[in-house]
Write a protein that binds this ligand. Structure first.
Ligand code: NDP
Ligand code: PMR
Length: 402
């Protein structure tokens, strides 16, 4: 299988394992890119052991890597000393829990018996069916309607949740859309380009509104988690696959991303669906850090982001061409070795929700080959505090926050 996949990816890029080249391949129309990488990025697909060891020796500010104590994925199965302080179950909202990472995380948490999972989904029936067929214990989850592509729906969801009277301990902003083959932009109910509108602006409003609820929680560790990705980080090999994320000076966002009197892209450029997704992930990671800077000290809430690994079989790739969907999983399994199953990725995100060892705020978590966590380093753009502030202020205006 490795050979087969490799033969479909003839060579101008090398994939390195612990400093040694393990495979090389070159541009194809299928993977659609031609680029060369600076040497310092070539080993990045192996973003694991070497790097975390090296980083353990350095003290870096928030938003960049810092060494850390590794914990392994199964940690969520046991309640740590912190969790034992709290007698009641934790309540966690997970957006986009009807498939992929969100569903696997809901299952991993619900199965511990220590969490009520609120599955915040745009398709109620699909979510109910998914929860049932995944075997999530009925008493440990509830589906609530949320369409992130509509600011009214976000506000309605928050009202409905508050009316339920449940406390909120953890919010997980997980849902996303990826439209790599779209020739023209599509738009949210409020007229924002759909990928940034859903993945960033919908979540931005949701997280801003629900922060008050999380603040009030008496749970032992309250958290707000926004799922990020390697592909938004241009300090990695994956993040250098064109089109690269780049928010520029945010001129398109200032214009409202409506594709009419302003560009549909954050940087003001031509529409590109793959870039819009990667840009939205940069927004997710910048937003997490801005939350941390503004609210961590005052509220004690832990803000975190993560790259759970390449979950190559999820619904995220539903809009991609069939050949991509066929070849992407073996490519990630046998060539980049970045592949993780939905189940494993779900355990990883569940760990960021509940592991007492991952209570540090302002961190972008990743996992090494042994499935141990480490504090990963974000790209220059994804850790740019000035850009994060500007993004925050423009996003506030767009979603109608004072
Ligand atoms: P999926 O497509 O399987 O899951 C995405 C979820 O988002 C679905 O439940 C989908 O709902 C939901 N969703 C989409 N649009 C909306 C909306 N408007 N309102 C509410 N929910 C919506 O993809 P993944 O599980 O792969 O993606 C989950 C997260 O993981 C994303 O943030 C993604 O960026 C991130 N990620 C994924 C990686 C991967 O390799 N797959 C790698 C790194 C990060 P529905 O079921 O109705 O379509
Ligand atoms: Mg990528 C270590 C190398 C690595 C990793 C971990 C990923 C993850 N990718 C890697 C390398 C490469 N990819 C290389 C060398 C190529 C060129 C052949 C390549 C191509 C590629 C494409 C066309 N990769 C992709 C795509 C997508 O359409 C996916 C994407 O960008 O979605 C936004 C994707 C991804 N690669 C990943 C991950 C995790 C993705 C999915 C995305 C995400 O959610 O960010």
């Amino acid at each position: 299988m490795a050979l087969k996949a490799a033969s479909l990816l003839p060579s101008s890029i090398s994939v390195y394992k612990e400093g040694k080249s393990i495979a090389s391949f070159k541009e194809t129309g299928f993977f659609g890119c031609s680029f060369s990488l600076p040497n310092h990025l070539k080993a990045d697909c192996n973003y694991s052991l070497i790097r975390s060891k090296e980083l353990r020796r350095r003290e870096l500010p928030i938003g960049t890597i810092k060494a850390q104590t590794a914990t392994t994925t199964p940690a969520i199965a046991e309640a740590g000393p912190e969790a034992k302080k709290t007698l009641r179950k934790g309540n966690v909202i997970i957006t986009g829990a009807s498939s992929g990472l969100g569903l696997a995380t809901a299952k991993a948490l619900a199965e511990t018996g220590q969490w009520n999972v609120i599955m915040a989904c745009r398709n109620f029936l699909k979510a109910e069916r998914a929860a049932k067929s995944a075997g999530i214990p009925k008493e440990n989850y509830k589906v609530m309607h949320l369409d992130l592509a509509s600011l009214d729906s976000v506000r309605q969801f928050v009202d409905n949740f508050r009316r339920s009277g449940m406390p909120l301990d953890v919010l997980v902003c997980n849902a996303a859309v990826y439209l790599p083959t779209a020739k023209e932009p599509s738009f949210t109910a409020d007229g924002f380009e759909l990928s940034v509108g859903t993945n960033h602006l919908g979540h931005f409003l949701l997280a801003r509104l629900l922060l008050d609820d999380v603040k009030q929680s008496d749970y032992s560790s309250k958290r707000l988690i926004i799922v990020g990705s390697i592909t938004g980080n241009t300090n990695t090999l994956a993040g250098n696959v064109p089109p690269k994320a780049n928010l520029g000076d945010l001129r398109g966002l200032v214009g409202g991303l409506n594709g009419l009197n302003s560009s549909s892209m954050i940087d003001g450029g031509e529409f590109d669906g793959a870039k819009a997704y990667k840009d939205s992930k940069v927004c997710n990671m910048l937003t997490m850090q801005e939350f941390h800077r503004r609210y961590h000290e005052e509220t004690g809430v832990t803000f975190a982001s993560l790259y759970p690994g390449c979950i190559a079989e999820t619904g995220l790739f539903r809009e991609h061409i069939p050949l991509f969907r066929l070849l992407f999983p073996p490519f990630q399994k046998y060539i980049t070795k970045g592949y993780v199953s939905e189940e494993e990725a779900g355990k990883r995100l569940a760990q960021v929700v509940s592991d007492p060892n991952l209570a540090k705020s302002g961190v972008y978590w990743s996992w090494n080959k042994l499935s141990s966590t480490f504090e990963n380093q974000l790209s220059q753009e994804a850790s740019d505090a000035e850009k994060a502030l500007k993004l925050w202020e423009i996003s506030e205006k767009l979603v109608g926050l004072p």
